[in-house]
Design a protein around this ligand. Sequence first.
Ligand code: ZN
Ligand code: ZN
Length: 147
Amino acid sequence: MNRSSETLQNTLHAAGQSMTSARRIVFEALLNHEPQTMPQLVASCRGKIDRASVYRTVSLFEHLGIVHRLPHGWKYRLELTDRFQRHHHHITCMHCGRTASIPEDSLLEQRIAAMSKSKGFSVTSHQLELQGICGRCEATHVGTSQK
Ligand SMILES: [Zn+2]
Ligand SMILES: [Zn+2]
């Protein structure tokens, strides 16, 4: 068993829950993937578990801090929390919705910790979401007013 599924099992057990095949399937669909919307996640699990099980599992995972929501306009994407992958940030293209991961930057992390401390807080987690226009869209849309 690899470390991330061990962490999953420990987290479930600590909450009095057990590992089920639905939970394993949803977890594996999220592991080492770019953040997904709920419909994308339902699609990745299609044929293995039904939509209702995906929803139920995601809501349990959110409750237990296994999954978090990344705001994306008025929608959101789902991603495993930092317990299961290296801490990072995202940038999303406002035109096509493409997402890129930005690796952890220790200077930025230190600044965030220092700023929180100056307000008397010790920060336990944060999400930093950047929005912009990707190079591909910029090349396509340059000089045109419509999409
Ligand atoms: Zn784009
Ligand atoms: Zn960070």
